[in-house]
Design a protein around this ligand. Structure first.
Ligand code: PMP
Length: 354
């Protein structure tokens, strides 16, 4: 029956799962706890009715690329949009990864880089972070000089650690990089610097963003990348025709009117994040300082799996990272609404006392 087996790379993988459990407080996937602006939600019906449903959408999503380009002060030819930044990453790896090529990550980081790279047949080389989960620029140099990866991923702020990557680390990477450097800025609005201003036609750097986090539209599935025109052209070749449906293009253009309003919400999340971090420290939990909308923590005395299960029994779902390499004893909580965060903190106090 071997001919019915998938490719070797797929056979060796288990997939990427974050359990979707129906509990009152879901703090496991780093979404925004807030609904999108009401005006946008109310405009959706009219947008849907304006679509020529019998026609294929604009294949190049030109108007949408223009709107995003205006947001960042770049050229529309420097923008590629896809169904979530995961699909952006996939398209990058279809174009630049693949068999016989190497993709570099610095672990622990967002698991989809390695997962998608392997799906395309590329070899993944992993750099190591220090014990405190910060990244040494010497390690960047070592990995990149040794392997000359076709693609290197840097996630700022990094998921799942929440740590902001120092700008010097990107500079160190750009000095030695031989391939494309992808800076994943899924959580950019929470960090104190962005690599967006470094994008130019003569640098091999591309910056990815998403509508799923700060912009509160995870259900819409939109993400994009800003990079040099030659790189964006390669992504257009690797992507499927009409991959962005007409409704999504129109709804996203409309959503871009509300980015300022959405960014105002970042301050609320940051202040709640501060409350979560300090309360957890008071409970004796080790917390990594987060520059994002989630917090990684290690329960020093209690077994993380028991804490996770106890939280779930109490109706609070967080991410169990404890079986991931290098993250023994670690859980990750997304910053939710004030009420959700209070429910989490109360449940955590109970879980630690059990
Ligand atoms: N990058 C990072 C670092 C993420 O944490 C996520 C979401 N978990 C993504 C990319 C993908 O987001 P989306 O596909 O929803 O844009």
């Amino acid at each position: 029956m071997t001919r019915f087996n998938p490719r070797e790379q797929i056979r060796e993988m288990s997939g990427y799962h974050s359990p979707q459990v129906d509990v009152p407080v879901r703090l496991n996937t780093n979404e925004s706890p807030f609904a999108p602006p009401t005006d946008w939600v109310q405009s959706i019906g009219a947008i849907a009715q304006s679509i020529d449903w019998n026609r294929y959408p604009d294949r190049a999503a030109a108007e949408l690329c223009e709107a995003i380009a205006r947001r960042h002060g770049v050229n529309p030819n420097q923008v590629f949009v896809a169904n979530g930044s995961n699909e952006v990453i996939q398209t990058i790896l279809l174009a630049y990864g693949g068999a016989g090529r190497t993709v570099a990550t610095f672990e622990p980081t967002y698991q989809m880089y390695a997962q998608i790279a392997r799906v395309t047949g590329a070899e993944v080389v992993e750099g190591e972070r220090r014990a405190d989960l910060t990244l040494d620029p010497m390690e960047i140099e070592r990995l990149v000089v040794r392997h000359s990866p076709a693609v290197t991923f840097l996630c700022n702020p990094n998921n799942p650690t929440g740590l902001v990557e120092p700008r010097e680390n990107l500079e160190a990477l750009l000095e030695v990089a031989s391939g494309i450097v992808v800076v994943d800025e899924a959580y950019a609005e929470f960090a104190d610097w962005s690599a967006m201003e470094l994008v130019s036609e003569d640098k091999p750097i591309a910056v990815t963003r998403t509508f799923s986090k700060t912009l509160s539209m995870a259900a819409l599935r939109v993400g994009y990348v800003v990079g040099p025109t030659w790189f964006i052209n390669d992504l257009r070749i690797a992507s499927l025709p009409y991959h962005l449906d007409a409704f999504k293009q129109a709804a996203t253009i409309a959503a871009l009117q509300y980015t300022a309003e959405m960014e105002q919400r970042v301050a609320i999340i940051k202040s709640e994040r501060g409350r979560i971090e300090s309360t957890m420290r008071d409970l004796g939990v080790h917390v990594w300082p987060s520059g994002s909308n989630f917090v990684l923590f290690r329960t020093t005395d209690a077994d993380a799996k028991n804490v996770w299960a106890s939280l779930l029994r109490q109706g609070v779902l967080v991410r169990d990272c404890s079986s991931w390499p290098r993250l023994e004893g670690c859980l990750r909580v997304t910053v939710g609404t004030e009420a959700e965060n209070s429910a989490f903190l109360a449940a955590l106090a109970v879980a630690l006392a059990e």
